[in-house]
Design a protein around this ligand. Sequence first.
Ligand SMILES: *Cc1c(COP(=O)(O)O)cnc(C)c1O
Length: 215
Amino acid sequence: MYTELKNYLSSHQVELVAVSKTKPTSAITELYDQGQRIFGENRVQELVSKHEELPKDIQWHMIGSLQKNKVKYIAPFISLIHSVGSLDLAKTINKEAQKNDRSIDVLLQIKIAQEETKAGYSFENLTSELEELIALEHVDIRGVMGMGTFTSDEEVTIMEFGYLKECFHKLKDKHFSTKKNFTEISMGMSGDYKLAVEAGSTMVRIGSLLFGARY
Ligand SMILES: *Cc1c(COP(=O)(O)O)cnc(C)c1O
């Protein structure tokens, strides 16, 4: 599965984040040995212990909701945080990045699903906080992230991914036109990654398709 998926994604210049949450380090090592270097986790404690145990050239991505008081544990090494949905969280990341004498790459999570439970900014709230977000010197905003509605209705998914792409371009044109590394649209999971790639995703987050179902 890995090689086939990797080839498909490379042919579209889409990055693969292998979502290894709940899976043992042996499963990660297996993909690592096939060349995979980017892994995504959604719990800080699990992320930190896997980082300690596994090779240091792995790029760890935080993809789940992140509590402010836990940012300090990942700040020294995290390579991308996909889930920035508030100015408060961004300020904390900025502070912890500064303490570690680095800057941390982040994506702005935008609410694209109708479901109430999905985290992230509404586009309206995001634009109202954008100047303050951009001013944070140790936070490098690399793009946007979104999670589609969990549905088998492809039309809904296509519409939501289209909306995220539109948000990205609006932000790019209006606020990041001179920022060369504002390039990422993180969308697509095991069930909808092909639709995401067709809709312009630059980074998919795939777990169960690679590692099997989570229980
Ligand atoms: C778990 C998770 C994924 C991967 O889900 P799969 O359906 O297993 O591919 C992607 N993104 C986020 C934010 C997740 O929490």
